[in-house]
Design a protein around this ligand. Structure first.
Ligand code: PLP
Length: 440
């Protein structure tokens, strides 16, 4: 670590300094090249250094960086609104643009509360959320998150959230098998609503495909439909957090599109502007918008930031023109097979799962019992370091088994990665896992 800089610059580990990125590759200042197998944290979905996006941002900056939302509307804001509404389909036509995932989730929670107030249900103030979920780092988003390690330092200061089980076919909740999981998990949600009183519940928030906290855990078939029915039955707002799994990452533009379900409110962020500028959104249905008289009481100074929206427009035009969501859907099986063959024979690979270009391997000490490695071994951190040494950026995370223990490695390549690049990512993953596991 460089001595003359504060440690906060480097986090807790010594990390390289990046110089530039092109397509699926990043170059550090020492000249080392890394293939970006995870789009950072599932963000850089069209790769790095895209000249068309950079030009669109520069063009916008040349005119105006930011038209403040209470003074002006802008072309970029209007165009992105149309694009997102068309991509979402159905009644999800309304949105507030923010600068990231946590802000998007905050806005989703606030919209649910504002809606309940507007429809005369002001007693509904509580949220239900699942274990093994990550919704962000601001206080509200952290409160609904089920990620013990990341919450420990803030315990006692967070919102009182009703917590229900994670929904993961590899680790089904008590009394369920992979086949009955959706039904048992749906019942648990309904029981929680009834136990705490529907008149007290504002909303239920969940990730349709769980990201960092679980490792690309897809909802079981029919789960989202059951959630929709239960929420409708009890006047609970259904909130889908698609910050990580949305914007095409899982092979449909909305992740819940594949489940045939429309939520009331949805957060999106990472892939929306692909990391070119900070951008997220809380998208909501006609029902919610009409109830609040089309005036969302959420947003910040940089809401609808013009240059950020211009980046979003440019990225989404490329995603549409190059049929990248369709490409992700078409390549899902092939990509997973590449991963499976790269890790074949590694005894400690307990599960390979995910949707689209959002796939993970779960590592376990004992595949028979699914016992995770003890957290002290920091297996996921070792994988991250080894992969870096091998020139691969992947996204290993810990705590997925019980909030503390557990190791998963997420791959989330750019939608436009070539087949050779996908193969390189998978090969380097297999190599890195073998190297780390041989040392344990
Ligand atoms: C599902 C989900 N929601 C919310 C967030 C928070 O987003 P951000 O880090 O952009 O604030 C994340 C970040 O990883 C996420 O994966």
């Amino acid at each position: 670590m460089r001595q003359n800089l504060p440690p906060s610059i480097h986090s807790i580990i010594d990390i390289p300094k990046v110089a530039f990125g092109r397509g699926s590759y990043l170059h550090d200042v020492e000249g080392k090249i890394y293939i970006d197998g995870s789009g950072g944290p599932a963000v850089y979905c069209i790769g790095h250094g895209n000249e068309e996006v950079n030009a669109a941002i520069c063009d916008q900056l040349g005119k105006l960086a930011h038209g403040y939302r209470f003074h002006f509307t802008t072309d970029a804001l209007e165009e992105l609104t149309e694009i997102v509404a068309a991509r979402c389909g159905g009644t999800l036509k309304h949105m507030v643009f923010v600068t990231g995932g946590s802000e998007a989730v905050e806005s989703c929670l606030k919209l649910a509360l504002q809606y309940q107030t507007a429809v005369g249900q002001k007693s509904r103030r509580k949220f239900i959320a699942r274990e093994r979920s990550w919704h962000g780092n601001t206080l509200g988003a952290l409160s609904v998150s089920g990620f013990r390690e990341r919450k420990l330092a803030f315990e006692g200061a967070l919102l009182d959230v009703i917590r229900i089980s994670a929904v993961n076919a590899y680790r089904p909740l008590a009394g369920a098998s992979a086949d009955t999981l959706a039904k048992v998990a749906g019942q648990e949600l309904e029981d929680a609503i009834l136990r705490h009183g529907p008149q007290n519940i504002a909303g239920f928030i969940f990730e349709p495909v769980v990201g960092a906290a679980g490792g690309c855990v897809p909802s079981p078939a029919n789960y989202a439909r059951l959630v929709r029915e239960i929420c409708d039955r009890h006047g609970v707002v259904m909130i889908a957090d698609e910050v990580m799994c949305g914007a095409g990452r899982t092979g449909t533009w909305r992740a819940l599109e594949r489940d045939g379900v429309e939520p009331d409110i949805m957060s999106i962020a990472k892939g929306l502007a692909a990391g070119y500028l900070p951008l997220g959104a809380a998208v909501y249905s006609e029902k919610i918008s009409a109830a609040i008289n089309h005036v969302p009481q959420t947003g910040h100074t940089f809401t609808g930031h013009t240059a950020c929206c211009a980046a979003g427009v440019a990225v989404q035009k490329i995603v549409t023109r190059e049929k990248l969501v369709e490409r992700v859907a078409a390549n899902e099986t092939k990509f997973r097979a590449m991963m499976a063959s790269a890790v074949a024979g590694i005894e400690q690979v307990g599960d390979i799962r995910g949707r689209g270009y959002f796939q993970a391997v779960e590592l376990v000490a004992d595949p028979e019992t699914k016992t995770p490695f003890p957290a002290e071994q920091r297996v996921f951190m070792r994988v991250r370091q080894q992969a870096f040494d091998n020139g691969l950026i992947c996204y290993p995370v810990g705590g997925n088994a019980d909030g503390i223990n557990g190791d998963v490695v997420i791959l989330a390549p750019p939608y436009n990665a070539t087949d050779n690049e996908l193969a390189e990512i998978c090969d380097k993953l297999g190599q890195s896992l073998r190297q780390v596991l041989a040392t344990l």
